[in-house]
Design a protein around this ligand. Sequence first.
Ligand code: ZN
Length: 274
Amino acid sequence: MNHATFRTAWRFEAFTQACAAAGMARVSVWGDEVDRIGVTAAQQVLQDNGLTVFGYNRAGPFLATTKAERADNLATARREIDKAAALGADHVLVFPGRLSDGQKGLCSARRQVAELLVPLLDHARACGIRLALEPLHPMLAGDRSPLCTMAEAIQLCDQLGDGIGIVVDSYHVWWDPALDAQIALAGEKGRILGFHVNDWLVPTRHLLTDRGMMGDGIIDLAHLHEQVLAAGYQGPVEVEIFSDDWWGRDPALVLQTAIQRCESIFQNVESQHG
Ligand code: ZN
């Protein structure tokens, strides 16, 4: 379970308690909530609830106009990687951020992402933690990430070497006609680090905060799950729903609904809701 599914309806402590009570072994967390209570307290809360951290959000944003800004952003991203490592996270999500004011097209932003990932990955390797690229839906290319396809993410991993992989988020990649082949290729290369699930609603009313609960939209999630399993992915199915609608509901009901949907859609889902 990813904490973003509940946001402030459950703070870090309540979220981890509820996930532990539901029988989960792993959670994915956000740096701002860790900062709210501090790394040491967060470690304690996780330990008390018998949970480990799967994904840590996030390193970035780091795209910027000037060299000085980029250096500042890299320093901040390194500190996030340090925190993720302190929490024993499996991987840190990479979040490039928005284009600079006045910038046209994605070429230079893509170049910058590839360049800035080199020092960031060096730092992650030194901390013993993996970086995870998450291709985002192209409607977010201007303000979140110029990295939009599995193909680009695989190519970046090839360039960068060890210690970096890809999180497949159904919301972001479901539309890609090359998706099945790209998932197979990413699996062959041992690059799939995570599998995020949610759904695409029709109509979608907001770019960021109108994701659907699994089963309420048009993504063929069972097929996608089969693809990542066939590609050798053995990690958890991670629920990540950014939704004003679900954030406004009783968090216990959101959790229960998410678990039920996972159990009905993902035939091979781990019995422990890992
Ligand atoms: Zn995601």
